[in-house]
Design a protein around this ligand. Structure first.
Ligand SMILES: [Zn+2]
Length: 484
């Protein structure tokens, strides 16, 4: 049995001014992919490769590319990676199936829906009879082109995502099961007119926990459902196909059962639409800081929700830091602002001296979004999780300046820089919902509703091409599930 693997995984924020170029991607190509290099580690592709290896499948590796969520991908970058992936496929000889690891919300300039475009090109190479099976992110935005050019989608069921490898394993096992039983797969999809943020749909909280509990994957007894998934979409992209989706995979003969189940799941999500509220306490930053001041446990960790790099924001906003300085917050840490020039000024000034900086941008809703002028003490220069960084101090607030964007996901980033999170009364991090490791550090996580590329107040985002009506931008309209 010969199965090709690969994929391109990107969550594209169309609101940020930063474009995503080829250099931004981690790429694994050809046989190197099978050794699980850094680009593949902890992705669904790792689960796919390990499962196929364990089942003695001859793997045909093509190309896999991923990067941190960021802005629209440059056309040339996409065409370059796509060309290499398709070449690997075209040179791969006879295949029994293709199993891919994708996100499902990838947007490319002049192309638009790049997941659909890539799947269509792959279908054109392998022909109509080879099953194409994809592991996708829970935040995928499903399109007609994606569905019509693939045979099965299997989505993550956790947010924060802790089942990435498991999802790859499920996708690979589904492919093996279909091949060994000569099953022709069918996918039923219902597109639901809803926008929901990840911060309103963490899977440990209701209503998402209730919905996920009803999903199935290769049940051993009864029924025609092979696999069911929901996809919550990605609200920080203004695209004409924004939606939340239910997807059900069945054998071709059982399509009617798949359609019934996809409609049932979609209706369930729609009926609960008003229950998708913030799963963490969410207020203005000023209010979060006031609460933190009176909180006895430490540290209080506040997410600067409008500038969340894990949803593609630029991570160079300093409006939250400005508020902290004005409020004279004590024992505080601000992590992080990306500003290479300011970092270089700190290096030139050296640790132990004062420096005048113009930091990041203050307010993205104002044109121009001016930098924040501060006089700061350079406390240290270091490397946090591989990223050159400077720690500065302004009054009783420490702030970390980095040279590149980073997901503030692992507190090791702080300890690498000699900062102990327990030393602080309040830590403001560039994040949406906190990562499991940051959640473990605090008894009082909060979301600050700050401006930026990942504005959590979806109703205030100036969408232009998103289809209407759509919940929650439009109120009280009728909708009934129908299979696309
Ligand atoms: Zn996601």
């Amino acid at each position: 049995m010969r199965i090709a693997v690969g994929g391109m995984s990107h969550e594209t924020n169309t609101f940020t001014y930063l474009k995503t170029s080829l250099e931004d991607f981690q790429i694994a190509e050809g046989d190197a992919m099978l050794e699980i290099p850094e680009a593949v580690r902890n992705t669904s592709l790792q689960g796919i490769i390990e499962t196929l290896k364990a089942n003695d499948v001859e793997i045909v590796p093509t190309l896999y590319a991923r990067t941190l969520p960021s802005g629209t991908i440059e056309r040339d970058a996409y065409e370059n990676m796509k060309g290499r992936l398709l070449e690997g496929l075209a040179n791969g000889g006879d295949l029994d199936a293709v199993v891919l690891a994708m996100h499902g919300s990838m947007f490319v300039e002049d192309v638009g829906d790049a997941d659909g475009d890539l799947l269509e090109s792959i279908r054109n190479i392998v022909g109509p009879n080879i099953p194409i099976i994809c592991a996708l992110d829970l935040h995928g935005t499903i399109t007609e082109k994606m569905v019509s050019n693939a045979n099965a989608f299997v989505g993550y069921r956790t947010a924060p995502h802790i089942d990435t490898k498991d999802t790859g394993e499920k996708a690979a096992k589904l492919a093996l099961m279909a091949l060994s039983n000569s099953l022709e797969l069918s996918m039923s999809w219902v597109s639901i007119p809803m926008l929901v943020s990840g911060e309103q749909s963490e899977t440990k909280s209701r209503p998402t926990s209730d919905i996920v509990a009803q999903l199935r994957h290769m049940p051993s007894t009864g029924g025609d459902i092979i696999s069911s998934s929901i996809f919550l979409g990605f609200p920080w992209a203004d695209v004409p196909y924004n939606c939340v989706s239910s997807i059900v995979v069945t054998a071709k003969e059982a399509t009617a059962a798949g359609e019934r189940e996809a409609k049932r799941l979609a209706q369930l999500i729609w009926d609960k639409r008003h229950e998708f509220t913030f799963t963490t306490e969410a207020y203005s930053l000023e209010k979060c800081l006031d609460i933190a001041e009176n909180e006895t446990s430490r540290p209080v960790i506040i997410a600067d929700g409008g500038d969340n790099p894990t949803a593609g924001a630029s991570e160079d906003l300093t409006n939250a830091l400005e508020v902290m300085i004005k409020k004279e917050v004590k024992h505080a840490l601000f992590a992080v602002v990306v500003d290479k020039l300011a970092y270089e000024k700190c290096v030139a000034a050296r640790a132990g001296s004062y420096v005048d900086l113009k930091l990041g941008r203050v307010n993205p809703t104002e044109e121009p979004a001016l930098p924040l002028a501060v006089r700061a003490y350079v406390e240290s220069i270091g490397i946090g999780k591989g990223i050159p960084s400077a720690v500065i101090r302004i009054d009783d607030i420490r702030a970390i300046i980095t040279t590149t964007r980073t997901d503030v996901y692992d507190p090791e980033f702080l300890t690498d820089l000699g900062l102990d999170p327990m030393d602080y009364k309040v830590i403001v991090v560039k994040s949406g919902y906190l990562s499991p490791a940051y959640t473990a550090l605090t008894k009082r996580p909060m979301l600050a509703l700050t401006p930026g590329d990942t504005n959590l107040l979806l109703e205030s985002i100036p969408y232009k091409v998103t289809p209407r009506p759509i919940h929650p931008l439009d109120k009280d309209f009728d909708w009934e599930p129908k299979v696309q």
